[in-house]
Design a protein. Structure first.
Length: 158
């Protein structure tokens, strides 16, 4: 059996959904209480194929800058809650595929933390995929936090 890393690493997928803050708070509180770290994954959609490579490169660079701005906002929150900077992962491609790839490639990740969506469409495509089709293939525990929890509720369970 592979040796477990010394610190627990709680991975959160960063997107622009309201429930992200719940998953991030949960991961930060658990990391702080257990002496672990928070890792954040941001997946950028690849640009549409372009006739000229320079346009595609420019679109890719703009997407990367936007991703870094979004992640920087949340990284500041991680530092405020845990006292440590997060581990950052940036990928390009489909969110589910890149998440599965990262989990397979990075043995330091201990726990995947996702928050379920709160609208009538269900828990969200990533949560749905992880608990159904991919649940048996995950090499780390999956924690799903209800996306409707308040900060006080998250604090009470962590």
């Amino acid at each position: 059996m592979a040796e477990m890393p010394a610190d627990r690493v709680f991975l959160v997928v960063v997107d622009e959904t309201p429930e992200l803050r719940v998953a991030l708070r949960y991961a930060c509180r658990r990391a702080k209480r257990t002496g672990g770290r928070v890792a954040m994954l941001y997946v950028m959609e690849p640009p549409e194929p372009q006739q000229w490579a320079t346009i595609g490169d420019l679109m890719r660079e703009e997407a990367r800058q936007r991703a870094e701005e979004i992640v920087a906002r949340y990284a500041d929150e991680v530092v405020a809650m845990t006292g440590s900077p997060p581990i950052l992962h940036f990928r390009e491609g489909g969110r589910r595929d890149q998440l599965l790839k990262l989990l397979a490639e990075d043995p330091s990740i201990s726990i995947l933390v996702l928050a379920a969506g709160t609208d009538s469409d269900g828990p969200g495509p990533l949560v749905s995929a992880m608990v159904s089709k991919y649940a048996g293939t995950l090499k780390v525990p999956l924690t799903i936090v209800p996306g409707s929890l308040t900060d006080a509720q998250v604090d009470a369970i962590t």
